[in-house]
Structures are given as structure tokens and as C-alpha cells.
Design a protein around this ligand. Structure first.
Ligand SMILES: NC(=O)c1ccc[n+]([C@@H]2O[C@H](COP(=O)([O-])OP(=O)(O)OC[C@H]3O[C@@H](n4cnc5c(N)ncnc54)[C@H](O)[C@@H]3O)[C@@H](O)[C@H]2O)c1
Ligand SMILES: O=C(O)C1=N[C@H](C(=O)O)CCC1
Length: 234
């Protein structure tokens, strides 16, 4: 497959290694919004750039009918427009806040635990913590938002916040420490004990591998997809 890398930073470079390992070819790597001309030989584009550029990049990619994988976080207020662009241009699009197999399994575990804990809301206080490297631009992480949404979908919590407190709000704490690829912790604490689930990434390799597997999967598809479709977690 001919892959275009839109955004060639820490993730772009980690993805390039996996693309080559799996027998594909990187035919474009850019750190700017691509032109339609630059996209003409690409089978699938993988977009990992910066929150403020993601929408412009996705618009050009989808209007050029390029099947697109997007891992950039922090742009989801424009998600509905991007989904519509995908359908209007009869192409394919997949966004994931986290492409690693481990985190996608963790998302499922988080929802199961949330369903169990909902009966015991009076006994346990919830807390969600994410820790990332100091260059990360957005907070909370996209992964933490997906975890919070998974809890909201399965309990009587109805919002998350990094500042506000309240009965129905999931508090999220975002910490920044040098060189941490990504850690997420969900804690339920009562007067007498704590139940905790956590996921710790040891490197960016899991994110990169998941993104390339998603690119292989989407190449012949049309529509808007998620990692649940790729990993058959539905
Ligand atoms: N979904 C996941 O699994 C996952 C995993 C890791 C990181 N991320 C997200 O991916 C994004 C990138 O992360 P990173 O660690 O590679 O960041 P990074 O800062 O190392 O790389 C971003 C790159 O984008 C380039 N860039 C700047 N303007 C651009 C433009 N207009 N178009 C294209 N590229 C442009 C920058 O020059 C830089 O090289 C972040 O939003 C991060 O949160 C997602
Ligand atoms: O390094 C980052 O930036 C990461 N971003 C994603 C997020 O915001 O959840 C995934 C984890 C690493």
C-alpha cells in the first residue's frame, strides 16, 4: 500500500517504521496541509498533526477522496462536519483517540466496571487521571475523554470536568511529566478501599501499530468507522 503521512513528528516517525516493517511504502510525508496534487498517488493517508490543523487537513484529504486515518486529538468540536464530508465525498474516515490494542481493550473494561459501580454511587467517589509528556498540547487527553464518555454512557454521571466539581461530574486530572508516552487511571474510592484500573503505554509503538492496522483495514471501505470496527469489539 502507498501511505501518506500528514504530520511527521513523534507519531509520524513511529508510524513510518511500522509502515515499512509491514511491507508498505511511505510515498508522502509532510508537516503542512497537503495539496490535492500531493495526494494523487496515495492509497491511505494517516494524519497525526496538531489540534488546530486537523480540520483543514481532513477537509483536503476527504475532498480528494483519500481514505483517511486520524489520530490527532483536540479537534472533536468539528467531528460532525468531518463525518459529513466523508459521506458527501463517498470516501472513508476513521478517528481514534487511541489506536493501541491495549487501550481499546481497556475502553471495554472501563465500561463494564462503570456498569457495576453505578449501583454503588453512594459508596464510591470516581476519579480519572491521565499522565503524558510535557510537549502534549491538549488536556485532558483524547483517551481520557473517551474513557469519561464510556463511563457517562453506562452510569448516571452526565459530564466530565477538569475544574468543576459536582454529584454528576467525573473529575479529570491531567499531569505532564517528561517522556511519559501515556498513562490512564480510573479510580473508585470508598471510605474503606479503592478499586483501580489503569493502562500504561511503554512506548508509541502500540499507537503506531494500531494506526497502520487501521489503514490496512480501511483501504477498500467507504464510510465512517472506529477502532471497534477494526478490532471487531462490537
Ligand atoms: N490517537 C492516538 O493513538 C495518538 C497517539 C499519540 C499521539 N496522538 C495525537 O497525535 C497528534 C500528534 O502527536 P505527536 O506526538 O506526533 O506530535 P508532534 O508535535 O511530535 O508532531 C506533530 C507534527 O505535526 C506537524 N505539523 C504542524 N503543522 C502541520 C500541518 N498544518 N499539517 C500537518 N502537520 C503539521 C509538526 O511540524 C509536527 O512535526 C497529537 O494530537 C496527539 O495527541 C494520538
Ligand atoms: O502523546 C500524545 O499526545 C497522546 N495522545 C493521545 C491522547 O490524547 O489520548 C493518545 C495517547 C498519547
Amino acid at each position: 500500500m502507498k501511505i501518506g503521512l500528514i504530520g511527521y513528528g513523534k507519531m509520524g516517525k513511529a508510524i513510518e517504521e511500522i509502515v515499512v516493517e509491514r511491507g508498505h511504502e511511505v510515498v508522502l510525508k509532510v508537516s503542512h496541509t497537503p495539496t490535492p496534487e500531493e495526494l494523487k498517488d496515495i492509497d491511505v493517508a494517516i494524519e497525526f498533526s496538531r489540534p488546530e490543523y486537523a480540520y483543514d487537513n481532513l477537509k483536503v484529504l476527504l475532498e480528494s477522496n483519500t481514505p483517511t486515518i486520524c489520530g490527532t486529538t483536540g479537534w472533536l468540536d468539528q467531528q460532525e462536519e468531518v463525518n459529513q464530508l466523508t459521506l458527501a465525498n463517498n470516501t472513508a474516515f476513521l478517528y481514534a483517540s487511541n489506536f493501541s490494542l491495549g487501550v481499546n481493550l481497556f475502553f471495554e473494561l472501563n465500561q463494564q466496571l462503570a456498569r457495576m459501580m453505578n449501583k454503588y454511587r453512594a459508596e464510591y467517589n470516581i476519579n480519572l487521571e491521565e499522565i503524558h509528556h510535557t510537549q502534549k498540547l491538549d488536556a485532558p487527553s483524547g483517551t481520557a475523554i473517551t474513557i469519561a464518555e464510556g463511563i457517562i454512557d453506562n452510569t448516571s454521571y452526565n459530564n466530565w470536568s477538569m475544574e468543576e466539581q459536582g454529584e454528576s461530574i467525573i473529575p479529570i486530572e491531567a499531569k505532564r511529566i517528561e517522556n511519559v508516552p501515556g498513562t490512564h487511571i480510573v479510580q473508585y474510592t470508598s471510605e474503606v478501599d479503592t478499586i483501580e484500573i489503569s493502562h500504561t503505554a511503554h512506548s508509541r509503538k502500540g499507537f503506531a501499530l494500531g494506526a497502520v492496522i487501521a489503514a490496512e483495514w480501511i483501504a477498500d471501505k467507504k464510510g465512517v468507522f472506529s477502532m471497534k470496527d477494526v478490532l471487531e469489539l462490537n
